[in-house]
Design a protein around this ligand. Structure first.
Ligand code: NAI
Length: 508
């Protein structure tokens, strides 16, 4: 399907943060763009904002003045909805209210020709419900940009029950032609990103609730071991807790209270207290003048005279750790076994979703110290460790010393099932798997959405493939039995992949 020709005029209704950004994107792509808002002042402000943005690029030498002027001139302020009649595509970015949006689309249907495509930028309303009051619901599609629209690459193209497939395909092609990375999704709560990302916040909030670690430590672990650009606490402080909490509640309610999406009381209390994050000067962290960010919990320095590392069996994804040990000059002795490292008094293993205390007893492992998942063990600068209740202090110190020898800082956290990065990834992959299983989106689009929409270091499904579906499935199964909660139930698709020994993209 071809993108809309640049000769086709675009209209944007709503000239707020999103609408003016979308108008800029379409004008940059070469279209003339009508910009309408119920407030003439908003249109004026919107267009001035676009001009200011582009001028900044000119000043930095990234754009020619003439090109910037031409783009601004293609943005045509409209004072009446009727002026949008010549548009071939109208993108709505007004207030998030079903009835108000339906009313505007109803009027647009009468003003614009039969062939007009109507698109909504809604984040949380059903495209199917929005279309239900229209004469031609097949011409309505979701075109969900991310904030700020000129910068963020992702566009979720949402089809409602009645949306014509060709209309969705044309919007997909048009978003591509506008330099965006579009993905397809069906009209379901949260679409892709706002659904699949929920566990990124939820698991850390739960770990905090259970006193496993504090925000600064969890943020540091997800950044330094998980390679996420920001940790969940600093990120929600930036997004605003009112906004993030409202999205979680909306997805939770829309899925009829599915515990996978259960909101956190910790976040609710921040909202109740008016601690909305950066914008209010206080969230998990203080943003008051001169306030310092608390340091992550970091183990003090230990050393060990031990010169040997015993590697028992296949370490799987954590093999990079062994290579790092070799490079530091430790003598590595390989033996048959079940993926364990023995160093000094310590027996180290990658978390499999069980608490160290439980695994130590069940598997008969003395002095067990569990380590967390890292995106790349060869370059990780911090790793979480958790010890069993029965583990000796000397064994804990040996395990810490080993990682410190490799230049890895250690955050010793409480004995929580699945630790931090492993548990977060398992739940992200599980949610992505369910979205695929339920026909919301393809595996490739789930991963692309999480990378382009949220800058994740890797798509959760490709990352799951790298570990092996069986590893993720086992972590989830153990989390589920540890908590005895439906929240951790593994997706059927992940379960099937595990038994079939396949991945989402590759044979594993
Ligand atoms: P905003 O509050 O900055 O702008 C909304 C604009 O719509 C205002 O200028 C308002 O005057 C105008 N408006 C309201 N009712 C109108 C009507 N009946 N006719 C014409 N104009 C009307 O809001 P924002 O953030 O730009 O959001 C707009 C839409 O985009 C919402 O549906 C929101 O859910 C969605 N969205 C927002 C994102 C964000 O991060 N802010 C991200 C993705 C989607």
């Amino acid at each position: 399907m071809q993108a809309l020709d640049t000769q086709i005029k675009i209209a944007v209704v709503g000239a707020g943060a999103m609408g003016s950004g979308i108008a800029q994107v379409a004008a940059q792509a070469g279209h003339e763009v009508f910009l309408f808002d119920q407030s003439a002042e908003a249109v004026e402000k919107g267009k001035a904002g676009i001009a200011k943005q582009l001028q900044r690029r000119v000043d930095k030498g990234k754009m020619q003045q003439a090109d910037a002027d031409a783009i601004v001139n293609r943005v045509l302020p409209a004072s009446q909805l009727s002026e949008l009649a010549p548009a071939g595509l109208v993108i709505e970015a007004i207030v998030e209210n079903l009835e108000i949006k339906q009313k505007v689309f109803g009027e647009l249907e009468d003003i614009c020709g039969d062939q007009v495509i109507l698109a909504t930028n809604t984040s949380s309303l059903s495209v199917t419900a929005l279309g239900s009051s229209l004469k031609r619901p097949e011409r309505l599609v979701g075109m969900h940009f991310f904030n700020p629209a000129p910068v963020m690459a992702l566009v979720e193209v949402i089809h409602g029950l009645a949306t014509d497939k060709q209309v969705a395909e044309q919007i997909h092609a048009t978003a591509s032609a506008w330099g965006k990375k579009p993905v397809f999704a069906t009209s379901t709560p949260g679409f892709i990103v706002n659904r699949v990302a929920r566990p990124f916040y939820a698991e850390s909030l739960r770990l905090m609730l259970e006193q496993s670690a504090d925000p600064a430590t969890l943020d540091a672990l997800l950044r330094e071991a998980g390679n996420f650009r920001m940790g969940p606490f600093e990120l929600t402080d930036l997004i605003g807790h009112d906004v993030n909490y409202a999205v979680t509640c909306s997805v939770f309610d829309s899925y009829y209270g599915d515990f996978r999406f259960q909101p956190s009381l910790i976040q609710k209390s921040l909202v109740d207290a008016g601690r909305l994050g950066r914008k209010s000067g206080q969230g998990f962290y203080s943003y008051a003048e001169g306030a310092e960010r608390p340091e992550p919990a970091t183990a003090k320095s230990y050393s060990s005279d031990e010169k040997h590392l015993i590697v028992e069996g296949d370490l799987g994804i954590a093999q990079g750790l062994v290579e790092r040990c070799r490079e530091t000059g430790l003598e590595v002795i390989e033996r048959e076994g079940h993926g364990l490292l023995r160093f000094g008094q310590a027996t180290l293993a990658l978390t499999d979703g069980r608490m160290a205390t439980e695994r130590s007893v069940t598997d008969g492992l003395h002095n067990l110290v569990l380590f967390d998942l890292a995106r790349d063990y060869r370059s990780a600068t911090r790793l979480a460790l958790a010890t069993a209740e029965q583990t000796d202090i000397q064994a804990t110190e040996d395990a810490i010393a080993l990682l410190q020898m490799l230049g890895i800082q250690v955050s010793l956290i409480a004995d929580a099932p699945g630790l931090v990065v492993m548990r977060t990834l398992a739940m992200l992959a599980n949610e992505g798997a369910d979205a695929v299983h339920q026909g919301v989106a393809s595996a490739a689009d789930v991963d692309l959405a999480m990378k382009a929409g949220l800058n994740y270091p890797e798509g959760p499904l490709a990352w799951s493939d790298q570990l092996g579906s069986g590893v993720i499935h086992q972590v989830l199964t153990h989390l589920q039995s540890s908590y005895n909660e439906d929240r951790y139930r593994p997706s059927l698709l992940l379960r099937r992949n595990t038994f079939a020994k396949t991945g989402f993209f590759t044979e594993s």
